[in-house]
Design a protein around this ligand. Structure first.
Ligand code: NAD
Ligand code: UDP
Ligand code: UDP
Length: 320
């Protein structure tokens, strides 16, 4: 096989750790770069004995000089609680981080992948969202550090592509869930599962009629790799990756309670500012170009995620 040296920024996070694992399994040499802001060592501890795996504690807002063949740029806090904790650092991570990784790709000739987001569409006025939609983002609101940071990173990727001929791959990730999500990161799937397992009330923000489409992590990672390895027509993206099956947040809460068999009830809280009312990807482009379609349905993905959090919470209770 063709063993590549692959850099993954944000490799100790939720998606990054699954990607490290998949690329090591495929026989590549993986360098995980992370500042451990929202990522953690337990996510990657099982990989440390692999001689083809290396970890570097580093903040991507600073330059990085390494020799690699491919770069997956995932570094960035992804949940509102974390990206709003230090909004200026969030913008720097997306913008300076993209510049440094693009500079690295330019010097080494590496192909470079950007983990963009459905948040570039903001509170969308078009439903479902296609890649040609330009979005509806409030540039000065509390979510802007993330949304606009990611939009600017996309701009940088396309400018480096046009100006310097860089080989870029841009994916727009829609809500993804699964094992190794951070239990305290405030995202809806992890919150509901942890609350249900602890027998606490599930917190619905707003009336629960807002919708999201949830993609299981294994499907998402498969999409990343297909996009990175897609060569024939020089396809750069942006391409949407997500599960197009749409659920209301109220439906999700009821499903989680039923699956956990919990005595929890539902409690309604105010809807956060600029919280999008609807979100669902149009994935026709990913199907056409990458022959990709998610295969794990919400019920099956929730079972695996509940099992993960159940084990994690039992471990925490057992540790003195
Ligand atoms: P995560 O928070 O688990 O992972 C992000 C990782 O980046 C963490 O390990 C964190 O420590 C690291 N990081 C943050 N700032 C850094 C910096 N300045 N330098 C080096 N490392 C840094 O989140 P995730 O869900 O795994 O998201 C990974 C990527 O995918 C992010 O770029 C995110 O924006 C994008 N994304 C995720 C989702 C989703 O639903 N999970 C949706 C859209 C986009
Ligand atoms: N850079 C890096 N690693 C490299 C090459 C560049 O981190 O291997 C950073 C460097 O800090 C630079 C940025 O990437 O500022 C952008 O690089 P580019 O070559 O586009 O710009 P320049 O060096 O001309 O400012
Ligand atoms: N949400 C909720 N209860 C929670 C956490 C989130 O009702 O405990 C809602 C949130 O307001 C949003 C949806 O669930 O409407 C998805 O939130 P998440 O933070 O997971 O993702 P994003 O808003 O980035 O899509």
């Amino acid at each position: 096989m063709n063993r590549k040296r692959i850099l993954i920024t944000g490799g100790a996070g939720f998606l990054g750790s699954h990607l490290c694992e998949r690329l090591l399994e495929a026989g590549h040499d993986v360098l995980c770069v992370d500042n451990f802001f929202t990522g953690n060592k337990p996510n990657i501890i099982h990989l440390l004995e692999n001689p083809y795996f290396e970890v570097l504690r580093h903040d991507v807002t600073f330059p990085l000089y390494v020799e690699v063949d491919e770069i997956y740029n995932l570094a960035c806090p992804a949940s509102p609680v974390h990206y709003q904790y230090d909004p200026v650092q969030t913008v720097k991570t997306s913008v300076h981080g993209a510049i440094n990784m693009l500079g690295l790709a330019k010097r080494t000739g590496a192909r470079i992948f950007q983990a963009s987001t459905s948040e570039v569409y903001g509170d969308p006025a078009m439903h479902p969202q296609t890649e040609s939609y330009w979005g509806n983002v409030n540039p000065i609101g509390p979510r802007a550090c993330y949304d606009e940071g990611k939009r600017c990173a996309e701009t940088l990727f396309f400018d480096y592509h046009r100006q310097y001929g860089l080989d870029i791959k841009v994916v727009r990730i829609f809500n993804t869930y699964g094992p190794r999500m951070h239990p305290d990161d405030g995202r809806v799937v992890s919150n509901f599962i942890v609350q249900a397992l602890k027998g606490e009330n599930l917190t619905i923000y707003g009336d629960g009629s807002q919708t999201r489409s949830f993609c299981y992590v294994d499907d998402m990672i498969e999409g990343f790799i297909r996009m990175m390895e897609h060569t024939p027509d020089g396809f750069t993206g942006p391409v949407n990756l997500g599960n197009p099956v749409e659920f209301s947040i109220l439906e999700l809460a009821r499903t989680v309670i039923a699956k956990v068999g919990s005595a929890s009830s539902i409690e309604f809280r105010p809807l956060p500012v600029n919280d999008p009312m609807q979100r669902k990807p149009d994935i026709a482009l990913a199907q056409e170009k990458l022959d990709w379609f998610p295969s794990v349905q919400l019920e099956a993905g929730l079972d695996r995620t509940i099992a993960y959090f159940d084990a994690l919470l039992s471990e925490r209770t057992a540790t003195p």
